[in-house]
Ligand binder design. Structure first.
Ligand code: ASP
Length: 299
């Protein structure tokens, strides 16, 4: 049984790592891993990735659920998705006022034959499933938003690529698990890029871009969503896992130079091998492999 979780990939010039200690990220990874491992042992890979993501959605340090980045209107519009190696998939995009977007994505997967629900209708779907209204905005994200809007940095939009250096950090989260029966599941959740245009959807809820799973493996991506979508990063990583070692699959698809595209990838293949790679300065990770726990930051 294996589980890997990540807390985003970013460069320090946004200042986040300086303001928040690395230990805080590692603590978040540890909690996510603990809940995920318990679910992996008791249940299966799907329950494990959902449990890990829920923990991170409740942790205001990470850019998902509570603590999501705000868009140009000052609203949290959240994206989340889940996929299994049997091909089950569910996602939500531009979802508002929900505590756990990943749980709504799972409802899309299990209660409907749709793959992706967006915007106000996705929020209505969440209510119909019984998820109560919940405000995920935090003071720290509000002050980042004021900085972006106040300093006229919004003029850089919609060129988020140029804008990324000003991001405090990415802090999007993802998890991949493989259970004792060899089944794989992947889940990810994000508030997207701070200062994005209202309605912007990144790679996180897009099948094959932010996440993918098949019998050959599972992968989750983080970083500049538009670039991840162009490259169908998660799908291509999983395709490579069929023949190549997992480390090669996650490492070769990212450019060495983060100025081209900054990001990271995690994955587990059909053999149970775990891989992770980022071309950024930071990527908090939590890894569980056959009874052993490893918490670290890729730097
Ligand atoms: N990929 C996410 C997005 O573009 C952000 C991130 O991974 O940090 O919405």
């Amino acid at each position: 049984m294996q589980l890997i979780v990540h807390g985003g990939a970013w460069n320090d010039h946004g200042g986040s790592w300086r303001e928040v200690s690395g230990e805080s990220y590692q603590e978040g990874m540890r909690r996510a891993l603990d809940r995920g491992i318990a679910a992996l042992e008791r249940e299966n890979a799907l329950e494990a990735v959902i449990a890990s993501i829920e923990v991170l959605e409740d942790d205001p340090l990470f850019n998902c659920g509570s603590g999501s980045s705000l868009n140009l209107d000052g609203k949290a519009q959240m994206d989340a998705a889940v996929m299994t190696s049997e091909g089950m998939f569910g996602a939500v995009a531009a979802l508002e006022n929900v505590q756990h977007p990943i749980d709504v994505a799972r409802e899309v997967m299990t209660r409907t034959d749709h793959l992706l629900l967006v915007g106000e209708a996705a929020t209505r779907f969440a209510r119909s499933c019984g998820f109560p209204p919940y405000d995920p905005t935090t003071d720290s994200q509000r002050s980042l938003w004021r900085e972006i809007v106040g300093q006229g940095q919004a003029n850089l939009l919609p060129h988020l690529e140029n804008f990324r250096g000003l991001q405090r950090c990415s802090d999007t989260v993802g998890a991949v698990a493989r259970d004792r029966s060899g089944r794989l599941a992947v889940a990810c959740s994000t508030g997207g890029l701070a200062g994005k245009l209202p309605g912007r959807v990144g790679d996180t809820p897009i099948l094959g871009a932010g996440l993918f799973a098949s019998r050959w493996g599972g992968a989750a991506a983080t970083g500049h969503g538009e670039q991840i979508m162009r490259r169908l990063l998660a799908f291509r990583a999983v395709q490579m896992m069929r023949r190549e070692p997992v480390l090669k699959a996650v490492a070769t698809l990212l450019p060495e130079d983060p100025r081209t595209f900054a990001g990271g990838l995690i994955g587990i293949d059909w053999r149970g091998q775990i891989g992770y790679y980022a071309n950024t300065e930071r990527m908090p990770l939590g890894i569980y492999d056959r009874g052993k726990i490893l918490i670290r930051s890729l730097d």
